[in-house]
Write a protein that binds this ligand. Structure first.
Ligand code: UD1
Length: 417
């Protein structure tokens, strides 16, 4: 198993181009299952997760071609089964449920297994499909769903905000008969990106970006070319990398307006941030002041940046209160940061972090995607050599991490065994 050896203590300086968003690319690729024509996506990041989605779509019968960051999907669905072996590798595989049902009247999708960051059920996805008229049974570890006469537009009220369930419902409603009103939906930029792509394919959608989306179902969806939005979580991670190392990074091909909640807090900690339309410069200004955060659905502070922000707070001046409200048990990075000398007390969904002047190198283990990058950030800020093991988690979400950070002065090396 690969490890990352990081020799920290170097301020990162330079320029990094942000890749396409993983969390936008995955639902957009799943939308390839509903077109009668060809869906061509550009700016698709080359990650383990997007590769897994390519395999899943090929398993359903689509012709999937990748040329650098362009992924083209066409052809007919020949198989509506998403087997356990593919789904267990990537929870976002559940995103094929809505498209398969809407276009092919049936789907058999393995229930995703347990997950390190909480139980993460799929009940909201299932309830949305049922509201649109599907008959759903759970048997043998599979969600078996049928809509032999197609789905029917309906008012779907989500009891809590779910990004994935919103995406499934949005794609499914696009091909349902009649009008759907999706209420209390997620407002993440990735939802709007999906809606824009579906509109380019011929869907009739309005209200995306607000908490109510209206979809007038159409009979068919056709060809489209669509560029995936920049990855706001990658950009946010690198912004924190600049600050935690006392550096100065310019992030290009980014969309700072998707990161307001993070950038506001980083300014409170003392950072200088200049944000343009599609780039931003993040400069550390000496001491980082402690600040409190609470994670929330967009436009709140993203749960996917909570671990990285915590790493920064471990080295801040003062105490920080970090509340996680989106996922239960999303503090897997805490014991690892503690191994590096961080002072963190967890009580339920709240972590109290008392900043220290420095951390110390220690062998640490990645537990999930964002937890692992928080350890990389802590290591980059720490004099001496830190080894982060189980870095396969990183490859699910960060394209060319060592290359991008290495060009800005980071000393990090992947070692096997
Ligand atoms: C997506 C993102 C993930 C991010 C999360 C929250 C992708 C591929 N992944 O995950 O990186 O951390 O949004 O911003 O886009 N829930 C239920 N029942 C359901 C579905 C969700 O109870 O059927 C709960 C979850 O356990 C969680 C909360 O709802 O507590 C939010 O989850 P959700 O927004 O669905 O996250 P994902 O779409 O899985």
């Amino acid at each position: 198993m690969d490890r990352l050896k990081i020799d920290g203590g170097v301020p990162l300086t330079g320029e990094i181009a942000i890749s396409g968003a993983k969390n936008a690319a995955l639902p957009l690729m799943a939308a390839g299952l509903v077109t009668d024509g060809t869906l061509r996506l550009t700016n698709v990041p080359d990650l383990v997760d997007t590769r897994s989605m390519e395999v899943l779509l090929s398993n359903h019968g689509l012709a999937v071609e990748r040329d650098d960051d362009v992924v083209t999907m066409s052809g007919d669905v020949t198989n509506v089964d998403a087997p356990y072996d593919l789904v267990r590798k990537m929870r976002a595989s559940i995103l094929v449920l809505g498209p398969l049902l809407a276009r092919h009247g049936q789907a058999r999708v393995s229930l995703p297994g347990g997950c390190a960051i909480g139980t993460r059920p799929v009940d909201l996805h299932i309830r949305a499909m049922q509201a649109l008229g599907a008959i759903v049974e759970l048997a043998d570890g599979y969600i078996q769903a049928r809509a032999p006469d197609g789905l029917t537009g309906a008012r779907v009220v989500f009891p809590m905000v779910s990004v994935g369930a919103t995406e499934n419902a949005l794609i499914a409603a696009s091909l349902a008969k009649g009008t759907s009103e999706l209420v209390n939906v997620a407002r993440e930029p990735e939802i709007s990106d999906l809606a824009e792509c579906l509109i380019a394919m011929g869907a009739r959608i309005s209200g995306h970006g607000t908490d109510t989306i209206i979809v007038e179902g159409v009979d068919r969806l056709g060809d489209a070319t669509h560029a995936v939005i920049p990855d706001r979580i990658e950009a946010g991670t690198f912004a924190i990398a600049a600050l935690i190392t006392g550096g100065d990074l310019t992030l290009t091909r980014a969309q700072p307006r998707h990161l307001d909640s993070l950038l506001d807090i980083l300014r409170d900690t003392g950072a200088s941030i200049t944000a343009g339309e599609d780039n931003m410069r993040v400069v550390a200004n000496g001491v980082t002041k402690a600040a409190d955060i609470t994670t929330d659905p967009f436009p709140g502070f993203p749960t996917d940046l909570q671990a990285q922000f915590m790493a920064l707070m471990c080295l801040a001046d003062g105490s920080s209160r970090i509340s996680e409200t989106v996922f239960e048990n999303r503090f897997m990075h805490v014991p690892e940061l503690t191994r590096m000398g961080a002072d963190i007390q967890v009580d339920g969904g709240v972590a109290m972090v008392r900043g220290r002047p420095a951390l110390t190198p220690a062998p640490v283990m990645a537990t999930d995607l964002r937890a692992s990058v928080s350890l990389v950030l802590a290591a980059l800020a720490t004099e001496g050599t830190t080894e982060v093991s189980r870095i396969y988690h990183l490859d699910r979400g960060y394209a060319d991490l060592e290359l991008k950070l290495g060009q800005c002065g980071a000393r990090m090396e992947r070692v096997g065994g």
